[in-house]
Design a protein around this ligand. Structure first.
Ligand code: HEM
Length: 549
């Protein structure tokens, strides 16, 4: 599952009330302390501003109080936490301290500091925060998740197994498979849209649901060699649950930072673990249990690794044979790495299948961007027409010849500014010379990076061309500045980037080849969040006149 977008700093109604109550009490306490500031506030000691002094400096930030930390600074800004971080950075500098509840947090707002956290000094920031919700989603232990776990041998091993499938080389057989799966599923998806649209007229269509199912099937076909009917209620439920989780993980909850609020969230935590149980049940019943490689792996686990069972049927992970797909590769890895357990690989598979929610939401948001910018849709159609001669739907292999279309996905990710999962310092270290203690949660302000005029011309304008490099006599191609980090960077960078730009590209181009897409009055695009609510606004679709494909 793509759990990449865990965001911070929101607070729900109960918590706001509790926090405010506490805040008033604590403010009274604080008023008695020196200088009118909370005694717990850490201060930036810029003093001499020499390099030596900076090495010992501690960070400035909003006043922090026991129990709530500096969460009061978010009051009234719960919906736009990253915009608030930017405002605070103007006051306290690009790196500032902002304890949230009982958790020490540092907000990092500019490219040099973000680069230091993710790349230059990345080995010291490989942890993730220990949020109760993260644990609830992964059977009580967030280390079962790829995106929410701390760095360890397990994470290194899991990333290695995933690389071949999630980042296939263009000339590889897996890339060919991605191409054919994307095209086959696009056909099914467009058929499902054709069933609810009418030639010559426009219709309001709930695009998100079929889009999520198309995306889910692309992932399931590629990773598990299986697919489901859009009308299958069990499949619909699976896709829905993944989307609910994607939405939830993109929210900020006060309980993340104030674990003592847990009793108020007991019902919510139960709901999260119930979703996780339902996903496991579907995957076991409909995907895993049917495989001979699963039966073999279970038997080997109970017999001991040396005592292999031989079985030569179709999905078999036989000795010396190549795995048939990602699921097989995962099951076979149990033989190669004795420290890996069945649960590790099952969670990994579920995690990756869940990546489809990110792709579906991203395409829905891109369509929403395009819906109010018909010139962008037309430019994509023109590009598709040039490459296909108007005779066929776009394929994955067309991507290098269609930089504007791919750039439209990137421009959506820039404008949306989906957050980077918080990191945690795994040892005492520094950022830009400022002391960072082990265990500090590092929140990366990707929104500032994506929307500041420091980095972009006319940042508020939606212009895919900013990612297209045009040079006379040379084929236009994608060019991304180094500070554009929608997938993070460094050792914990997103593993799903190629699947995102591959499947996302085919879906976006395919829809626009067939339809004019327009906005409805309900359309509401969120800020700094890739997730749309599971039940979201419809879009208006009008089949294009004279479409031959
Ligand atoms: C538009 C879609 C997506 C976006 C914007 C996105 C973005 C991100 C970001 C920002 C991170 C965190 C990087 C960091 O902490 O430095 C991440 C991590 C991750 N993503 Fe994605 N992601 C997307 C889709 C996917 C998909 C489709 C998959 C799976 C197939 C996936 C798998 C992962 C995994 C496993 C991690 C955790 C890596 C680690 O912590 O070691 N993502 N993603």
């Amino acid at each position: 599952m793509d759990t990449a977008n865990g965001v911070v700093a929101g607070a729900d109604a109960i918590t706001v009330a509790l926090s405010l109550l506490l805040f008033v009490v604590l403010l009274m306490l604080a008023a008695t302390s020196a200088c009118g500031r909370g005694p717990w506030t850490v201060r930036r000691q810029l003093g001499t501003a020499t390099a030596v002094a900076a090495r010992t400096a501690v960070l400035d930030g909003p006043a922090a109080y026991p129990v709530i930390g500096a969460l009061h600074a978010m009051d009234g800004h719960q919906d736009k936490p990253f915009r608030r971080f930017t405002e605070l950075s103007h006051q306290y500098g690009p790196v500032f301290s902002m304890p949230m509840g009982s958790m020490p947090c540092v907000i990092v707002n500019d490219y040099p500091s973000i680069k230091e956290v993710l790349i230059t000094n990345g080995s010291k920031f490989g942890g993730r925060p220990n949020f109760t919700r993260y644990n609830a989603l992964f059977a009580g232990d967030r280390n079962n998740s790829l995106a929410l776990c701390d760095w360890s041998w397990l994470q290194e091993t899991r990333r290695k197994i995933a690389r071949m499938y999630c980042s296939p080389k263009v000339c590889s057989s897996n890339y060919g498979l991605l191409d054919s799966i994307a095209s086959d599923e696009l056909d099914v998806f467009l058929e499902s849209l054709a069933a609810v649209t009418v030639r010559g007229s426009e219709r309001e269509v709930q695009v998100k649901q079929p889009l999520m199912m198309a995306s889910a099937n692309m992932f399931l076909r590629f990773m598990c060699t299986t697919q489901f009917e859009y009308g299958d209620p069990k499949f619909q439920n699976l896709v829905r649950i993944f989307d609910e989780i994607f939405w939830d993980i993109n929210q900020g909850y006060a309980v993340d930072f104030m674990p003592w609020l847990r009793p108020f969230y007991a019902g919510h935590m139960r709901k999260l673990s119930n979703w996780s149980t339902q996903i496991r049940k579907f995957m076991m019943d409909a995907v895993i249990s049917k495989r001979s490689s699963y039966a073999r792996a279970v038997a080997e686990a109970s017999n001991g690794a040396g005592d292999r069972i031989r079985d030569d049927d179709d999905h078999g992970a036989n000795d010396g044979q190549e795995p048939t797909d990602f699921t097989d590769a995962l099951l076979m890895s149990l033989q190669k790495e004795p420290r890996l357990k069945m649960d590790h690989v099952l969670f990994e598979l579920e995690d990756f299948i869940g990546g489809h929610s990110a792709v579906g939401n991203m395409v829905m948001l891109t369509l929403s961007m395009v819906a109010t910018r018909p010139h962008v849709a037309q430019a994509i159609r023109d590009e598709a027409e040039q490459v296909t001669g108007g005779q066929r739907l776009v394929r994955l292999y067309d991507k290098p010849d269609m930089p504007y279309t791919e750039a439209t996905l990137f421009e959506t990710l820039r404008i949306i500014s989906s957050p980077i999962v918080p990191h945690v310092a795994t040892e005492n270290t520094t950022i830009q010379g400022f002391k960072i203690s082990k265990g500090t949660c590092i929140i990366i302000n990707n929104y500032e990076l994506n929307t500041s005029p420091v980095y972009w011309n006319d940042p508020e304008v939606f212009d895919p061309n900013r990612f297209v490099h045009h040079k006379p006599g040379v084929k236009p191609c994608i060019r991304k500045p180094e500070y554009f980090l929608p997938f993070g960077t460094g050792k914990r960078t997103c593993i799903g980037q190629q699947l995102v730009s591959g499947f996302g590209f085919v879906l976006l181009a395919g829809i626009l080849q067939r339809y004019e897409v327009m906005a409805t009055a309900q359309m509401a695009i969120p800020e700094a969040r890739l997730a749309l609510p599971p039940d979201t606004y419809p879009l208006i679709l009008r089949p294009l006149d004279g479409s031959r494909i």
